[in-house]
Design a protein around this ligand. Sequence first.
Ligand SMILES: [Zn+2]
Length: 134
Amino acid sequence: MHKRCCGRVYWSPTARIGSVKMRRRISTRERVDIFHRNDGKCHLCGLRIDAGQAWEVSHDTPLQMGGADEGGNLKPAHAKCHRIHTASVDLPQIAKAKRREAAFRGAKAPSRNPLPAGKKSPWRKKLNGQVVPR
Ligand SMILES: [Zn+2]
């Protein structure tokens, strides 16, 4: 991410787009370390990452779930496995965590379409079936 200061543009690892922190760059040396620490295996499918196969550094616990951006939380994963895992496991989990957090904080916006005759509806249905204003 680029940050503007004193008329100049700098790269900043902490700059934000919206509320998402920019990711830091993981150096070649660190990537090699991560690769060897996990015996060159994809941590998602467990298979070997062959020479020339595209792989990425994956966060075992996603950053947005409070995972660390260092050490044992960084693991190699095939680019394909990583993409599938991110879309099918991580993103739904992150979205749910955000919904739960909002509900816990009481920040959840009221429903735009309350259930008919529900508690938020201006109408009330009596036991005999008659619908009356609340
Ligand atoms: Zn894999």
